[in-house]
Design a binder for this molecule. Structure first.
Ligand code: BG6
Length: 513
């Protein structure tokens, strides 16, 4: 009998349309992503009435567990990972929707069992036959799982219902493997069913880049080579590789962060205004930027990219071990934990404007930001101020942990002399909108439930991202690094990163908070 339960009255009014009735199937249900992000995000959607009342979850994992065990486990985990206060009635409503199927991902019997359970859960919750599959597994399972789902007709869309699959990162290991995975998926599913997720696009401040640029009249006229000197994108992390040494050592900072998260920041910063906010209109403009990034020649790789690996050093006054001493990392590892590069975008708007990017582990602070540095005033009128003290205007988009926007400009310092100082105009998200409890996955899950793929990667975009970094991977592989480790934990990467900027007469802006 179909249940049509009413959400507890404590759920907050929604801002947006409620997700379609559906069942979400999570492969890799007992993993970290599920308990840290997915379950708290679903619950947060329920608090905002964005989750359909006709919603259910089926976890798939290898450990044998009953539905009751699963509900207990999820409840225990949630105590640790909830992002806000928990309403017990709402949680009870939510956790009753959890079901579980145990089995190996490469065993056909698992998919027969899943199909049966889906039919039962669908009927119980009246989910209209809409299913989406979240692949929170090791990447080597992605292609096979989707093939097996298709084999038992779970990817078939008919009678008005939809079937979708969310594929986590890493999407491939290089250009060839990404192409192979796209081909494998597209053999059994259509592009509109595949949601390649990049969790950076779930961040409010990343989405706000679009709002800043295209909802305001004052920025776009100066958002081009005539007024902008260069752009800096930094994604700094304090963490080391934690328990992910095994994965990370085979990947490295370049693969882990650049073709995906950092390319998102670049495309949103650099794209032309789309003709609408329809998924393909936005993604077409992003793809054009990826295609316009000047390919690296071997010489460029040597002069315009920097790699680093952290040695031991102090973080918050505590010594931390070198990368090569981390669990799962070989003592002679040549994997980079830091990367910096200088890119050019060959199009009318950006010709000649360098985009500098850097990312690394064990840097002095956790801070992601985009700095737009404007050209200096054309004529230096203020003789009392040294030219080098006159900092050019910078618009900084703070992505995390602080979320906001600040504009740096020169102002007269008080007193009889005409001397200048540097001041900042700051907007902090939290001051205006308060802090909304969020994991960063809410928007993306909700988009999948409503069929909006704007913030997901199309096959061509993923491949274009890999095409940019592939020449770098090739040269780095052919010329193993000889100076690793080349920066101590707690520093802003190797000195070559600063030199990359200095050669251009520019300087990284470091935020130390
Ligand atoms: C992941 C990377 O995709 O993003 C991690 O694999 C990295 O290495 C993480 O730490 C950063 O995400 P966030 O949201 O903490 O900036």
């Amino acid at each position: 009998m179909a249940q049509t339960e009413v959400l507890p009255a404590t759920a907050k009014p929604r801002v947006g349309r409620t997700g379609d009735p559906c069942v979400m199937v999570i492969f890799g249900f007992t993993g970290d992503l599920t308990r840290r992000k997915l379950i708290p995000a679903l619950y947060n959607l329920a608090t905002q009435q964005l989750l359909s009342r006709e919603f259910a979850v089926i976890g798939v994992g290898r450990s044998p567990m009953s539905d009751d065990d699963v509900r207990k486990k999820v409840t225990e985990d949630f105590k640790q990972f909830a992002t806000g206060t928990v309403d017990n009635d709402l949680w009870e409503w939510f956790v009753r929707r959890m079901n579980y199927v145990s089995g190996d991902f490469d065993d056909p019997a698992t998919y027969d069992k899943l199909k049966e359970t889906l039919a039962k859960v669908d009927q119980e919750h009246n989910s209209h036959g809409n299913y989406f599959f979240y692949l929170a597994t090791a990447p080597n399972f992605f292609g096979d799982i989707v093939e097996r789902l298709a084999k038992v007709a779970l990817m078939t869309e008919e009678n008005g219902h939809w079937r979708r699959v969310i594929v986590e990162k890493p999407f491939g290991h290089d250009l060839d493997s990404a192409k192979a995975l796209n081909q494998q998926l597209l053999k059994v599913a259509s592009e509109h069913q595949i949601y390649r997720i990049d969790h950076y696009l779930g961040k409010e401040t990343v989405q706000n880049i679009l709002a800043l640029r295209f909802a305001n009249g004052i920025f776009e006229p100066i958002w081009n080579r005539r007024y902008i000197d260069h752009v800096q994108i930094s994604v700094a992390e304090t963490v080391g590789v934690e328990k992910r040494g095994g994965y990370y050592d085979g990947a490295g900072a370049l693969r882990d962060m650049v073709p995906n998260h950092i390319m998102q920041l670049i495309t949103l910063t650099a794209m032309e205004p789309p003709i609408s906010f329809e998924a393909n209109a936005v993604r077409d403009e992003q793809a054009k930027i990826l295609h316009a990034i000047q390919p690296f020649s071997s010489e460029d790789v040597l002069s315009k990219t920097v790699r680093g690996q952290y040695g031991e050093g102090p973080m918050n006054n505590q010594p931390v071990p070198a990368y090569r001493s981390e669990d799962g990392v070989p003592p002679d590892s040549r994997t980079e934990t830091f990367v910096a590069m200088r890119l050019l975008i060959d199009n009318w708007r950006w010709a000649g404007v360098p985009f500098f990017l850097r990312t690394g582990k064990r840097l002095p602070c956790r801070n992601t930001h985009v700095v737009i540095q404007f050209r200096r005033a054309p004529f230096m009128l203020f003789r009392e101020t040294q030219v080098e003290d006159m900092m050019p205007n910078q618009l900084v988009l703070h992505i995390q942990p602080e979320e906001g926007i600040s504009l740096r400009f020169a102002a007269k310092t008080p007193g009889p002399a005409m001397q200048l100082g540097e001041v900042n105009m700051d907007f902090a998200y939290a001051d205006y909108f308060g802090v909304v409890p969020s994991t960063g996955y809410e928007r993306l899950l909700h988009d999948c439930m409503t069929g909006d793929a704007t913030l997901f990667q199309r096959a061509d975009m993923v491949e274009a991202g890999w095409s940019i970094v592939n020449p770098v991977l090739d040269v780095w592989k052919a010329l193993p690094p000889r100076t690793f480790p080349n920066y101590p934990a707690g520093a802003w990467g190797p000195k070559e990163s600063d030199e990359l900027m200095e050669r251009d007469g520019r300087r990284w802006r470091n935020f130390e908070k």
